[in-house]
Design a protein around this ligand. Structure first.
Ligand code: NAD
Ligand code: ZN
Ligand code: ZN
Length: 344
């Protein structure tokens, strides 16, 4: 008899997710089946369910790209993992492995990449099919609820900070101190950087201070750019914009020091105005950054295993997903909600 599982699916963009009883999938050749233990809820899942971006997932689909679990079955020919291993099924679900970007370890932009919880069903379900060559290998010291946020929010923040090219002792701005940003503050401190946290919520800024941020600026101030320039002595060497809000992007460019780099990772739909003269005359680099490679993943998880970075998590059952989405959209989630699949 076919085994059944629970999954929360998007059936229509912009509508509530629907809890469905689906068949547990069978791994084909080169695939693995992962029994979910925990799955973080990323703001990207909201964009996915809203159909916010130009490339839309096919309906219906199961979101979730911070799924952690145990390999329950392996398909023919699988050698990269074995049954019983703890793995994570990330946003970069798979890539071709042989294009110019894959060959140069820049596989996140592979034209044939598949995305977990987007073009492939993700972790808002009891079981996930995965590609064993692209799963995250979870260090033994990390519990599932602690590992989950690291495989998207963690890796994206860590890689984005590296892409600012800020060096120890220099300033970075972390704009948006939610799921990604509260980890970015911790990675930045562990990397020896000085951190100026920017958010619209005083509670989030207070949290950033407790996590080690050296300065805090509320983006709702009259002139947050001037406040950041004052706090950092002329602007930050690196700016990481995680805020899912277009207003943060123009501000972030203004907060960047001469010859500094402003890295964009937040993905609100739309465009933002770029003050061309300032960017040119101040020699500013504006750069996009998209999750991270498998090597970045191992590094990002190692910070967690070493106790240098720890996500603040709130556990919720899968059945609470629509309430969690609502709170996340309203900015009411303090850091990261993790869906808990452990047996009750
Ligand atoms: P979140 O909702 O947990 O956190 C967002 C934070 O931004 C909140 O603290 C909110 O108060 C703050 N904020 C809102 N408006 C702001 C403003 N104008 N200025 C400063 N702060 C503001 O979201 P998250 O899960 O951290 O995701 C953030 C964004 O990053 C989303 O758009 C998501 O899709 C994107 N993302 C991108 C990548 C990538 O690879 N580039 C990966 C993961 C997530
Ligand atoms: Zn994500
Ligand atoms: Zn490729």
């Amino acid at each position: 008899m076919t085994r059944k599982m629970q999954a929360a699916q998007v059936e229509q963009f912009g509508q509530l997710l629907v809890l469905r009883e689906l068949d547990v999938p069978t791994p084909g050749p080169g695939q693995i089946l992962v029994k979910t233990e925990a799955c973080g809820v990323c703001h990207t899942d909201l964009h996915a369910a809203g159909g916010d971006w130009p490339l839309k997932p096919a309906l219906p689909f199961t979101p979730g790209h911070e799924g952690i679990g145990i390999v329950a079955a392996i398909g023919a020919g699988v050698r990269a993992v074995k049954e019983g291993d703890r793995v994570g099924v990330p946003w970069l679900y798979s890539a071709c492995g042989h294009c110019e970007f894959c060959l140069s370890a820049r596989e996140t932009v592979c034209a044939e990449a598949e995305f977990g919880g987007y073009t492939k069903n993700g972790g808002f379900a009891d079981y996930i099919l995965a590609d064993p060559n692209y799963v995250a290998h979870i260090p033994a010291l990390l519990a599932p609820r602690d590992a989950a946020p690291l495989i998207c929010a963690g890796i994206t923040s860590y890689k984005g900070l590296k892409e600012t090219q800020a060096r120890p002792g220099e300033w970075v701005v972390v704009s948006g101190v939610g799921g990604l940003g509260h980890l970015a503050v911790q990675y930045a401190k562990a990397m020896g950087l000085q951190v100026c946290a920017v958010d619209v919520d005083d509670g989030k800024l207070d949290h950033a201070r407790r996590l080690g941020a050296d300065a805090m600026v509320n983006a709702r101030l009259d002139d947050p750019v001037a406040a950041v320039k004052k706090a950092t002595g002329g602007g930050a060497h690196g700016v990481l914009i995680t805020a899912p809000s277009l207003g943060a992007f123009k501000q972030g460019v203004g907060m960047t020091r001469k010859f500094g780099t402003c890295v964009l990772v937040g993905l609100p739909p739309g465009e933002f105005p770029t003050p061309l003269f300032d960017v040119v005359a101040n020699c500013i680099t504006i750069r996009g950054s998209f999750v991270g490679t498998r090597a970045d993943m191992a590094e990002a998880l190692a910070f967690g295993a070493a106790g240098k970075v720890k996500a603040d998590t709130e556990l919720q059952p899968l059945s609470a997903i629509n309430d969690v989405f609502k709170r996340l959209a309203n900015g009411e989630v303090p850091s990261r909600v993790v869906l808990d699949f452990s047996p009750r």
